[in-house]
Design a protein around this ligand. Structure first.
Ligand SMILES: Nc1ncnc2c1ncn2[C@@H]1O[C@H](COP(=O)(O)OP(=O)(O)OP(=O)(O)O)[C@@H](O)[C@H]1O
Length: 338
């Protein structure tokens, strides 16, 4: 962990870049009070301090101590110092973010962090005099345009469908709170320029440069090349993601209406009446929304093919799908968890 003191800015392009942050925060209009998820890194430092400058007294910070790396105590100390210096109420939550077998470490940390953020926001904050403050209504995360591109490229590298390519949403609701990512159109460098312009420091998480993580390799190796070949890649990729988000919404709506038509559990005869793409779409939706399992592309293709040739009474269907099996039971398809 390293605290990075910044000197003043040196050129006009850095100043123009920093203005992108001010513009994003000027356009941000969350219900107040607002809590910012504050890791101590550059992105959430800029978000927290820009929001605090815009709505003094209405902004709080939540820091999650993951307990995963030795540097975590230093991150917490840094966050405490920043919040004390600026008079921002802070809550620190400690979580045990170790991952279970089969779960990715990043996923475990992310899920634990979301739970902790919700708990902290619901628990409430104390003011400088120890009295309780008004309950938080919104929560903001600091992911920015580069994070969005990395998420999209990661999804492409896994062969994701339109739902995966939709990348991260800017706004959603969860646990009675409004959640926002107000910096999704701001390049990462602009956040560092904004902090630099004000002489503000942040901590650098050493795992962010660990080239063992695909995300870090995308950031260090791919983004500089994209910058040269497609200078507008942040906004054009974001536009593609927005198209995918719309397409994913339409596919969900279509699957819902098809699921009503084929019944639950689905009737073979009605499934067979659907064109192949719609059949795959409704099956994926049924398995995910009703049984909480996601079929692989190969499993879904096998299931679609089997349904297509299931024309005799004795035809057996029994296919491993996600974490269970789909089987034929008379006129219907059934799913069970082994
Ligand atoms: N330990 C933490 N405590 C509170 N919020 C966090 C923490 N780690 C991440 N976040 C929030 O989740 C967002 C996404 O996390 P991610 O790990 O992708 O970014 P990061 O590299 O930690 O960003 P930053 O530059 O703000 O540190 C962060 O921008 C921040 O708002």
């Amino acid at each position: 962990m390293q605290a990075l003191p910044r000197a003043g800015l040196t050129n006009a392009s850095e100043a123009a870049s920093a203005q992108l942050v001010d513009r994003a925060i000027a356009a941000f209009d969350p219900p107040l009070p607002l809590a910012v998820a504050f890791s101590g890194g550059a992105d959430s430092s800029a978000l927290l301090l820009a929001c605090h400058a815009r709505w003094p007294g209405q902004v709080r910070a939540i820091h999650v101590h993951h307990g995963l790396q030795a540097a975590a105590d230093g991150f917490q100390r840094h966050c405490e110092q920043v919040c004390a210096r600026h008079g921002i109420p802070l809550q620190v939550c400690e979580i045990d973010a170790r991952h279970e077998t089969g779960q990715s470490p990043e996923d475990a940390a992310r899920q634990g962090r979301y739970q902790a953020l919700i708990q902290a926001a619901q628990q409430g904050f104390s003011g400088a005099d120890g009295g309780g403050l008004e309950a938080v209504r919104s929560l903001a995360l600091a992911q920015h345009a580069d994070d969005q591109v990395e998420t999209l490229l990661l999804a492409l590298s896994r062969g994701a469908g339109v739902a995966g390519l939709a990348a991260m949403p800017e706004h959603w609701q969860r646990a009675g709170l409004e959640w926002f990512r107000p910096l999704l159109r701001v390049p990462g460098q602009a956040l560092r320029d904004w902090l630099g312009q004000r002489g503000l420091d942040w901590v650098e998480d050493p795992t962010n440069t660990d080239q063992g993580y695909t995300r870090n390799r995308i950031r260090a190796q791919l983004l500089p090349v994209l910058e040269q070949v497609f200078p507008q890649f942040r906004s054009t990729f974001a536009r593609s993601s927005a198209h995918c988000a719309q397409a994913a919404e339409l596919l969900d709506e279509l699957a819902l209406s098809d699921l009503q038509a084929v019944g639950m559990p689905p009737r073979l005869k009605d499934l067979q009446a659907l064109p192949q793409a719609r059949l795959g779409n409704v099956l994926r939706h049924w398995l995910r929304s009703v049984h909480g399992t996601t079929p692989s592309t190969a499993q879904l293709a096998q299931l679609v093919a089997q349904i297509g040739v299931c024309t005799t009474r004795g035809h057996r269907i029994h296919i491993k799908v996600g974490c269970g099996f789909v089987q034929r039971r008379g006129a219907i398809l059934d799913w069970y968890n082994s």
